[in-house]
Design a protein around this ligand. Sequence first.
Ligand code: MAN
Ligand code: CA
Length: 192
Amino acid sequence: MLSYSSSILIALAAVLVPCHALSKCPGISGLPGIPGRDGLKGLSDSLAAKRHNALANLKHRLFQLESVLALNGEIRKVGEKIFASNGKKADFASALQSCEEVGGTLAAPRNEEENKAIMDIVKQHNQYAYLGIRKGETSGQFKYINGMPLNYSNWHQHEPNSKGREKCVEMYTDGTWNDKKCNMYRLTICQL
Ligand code: MAN
Ligand code: CA
């Protein structure tokens, strides 16, 4: 026997499933804020207000969640970017894959502040980390994973020194960079 609340959920799902985009929905009478076929102007205004409010609440809750993660040292926030590690060591390709699986990419600092945030994580784990930077196939220049040229660098003295043999880049615990072979085990740090 179905409970009362599951019956309501099923009924709601039956109404909502064929109607993904709200703008394409026919009027559904009896649901709050969704006008029937009359489409009264006042109702659509209050729907807009409710959506605006719901969005503001979501943003606030997200901000609180990110703040707790940052407070616990699980993430670093710099502007719109979040840096985070799974604490695991992996070769470059596996580390990149782990980051992409969660909708991110390997961390690549674009300025001193981002470099410092990534360095904090490297220090926290006391492990060198691969950066999301590698030698381009044709140019031989170091680039971001997306193919764009570097707009910031923090090479260690005398690096890069391999003349092409080391196609990946690791960050040392002092935040400086070294070109390095891609098949080492290095800390995975992602940006999201
Ligand atoms: C090792 C490697 C190189 C690095 C030198 C620095 O040989 O890690 O990538 O340039 O050390 O002495
Ligand atoms: Ca090197």
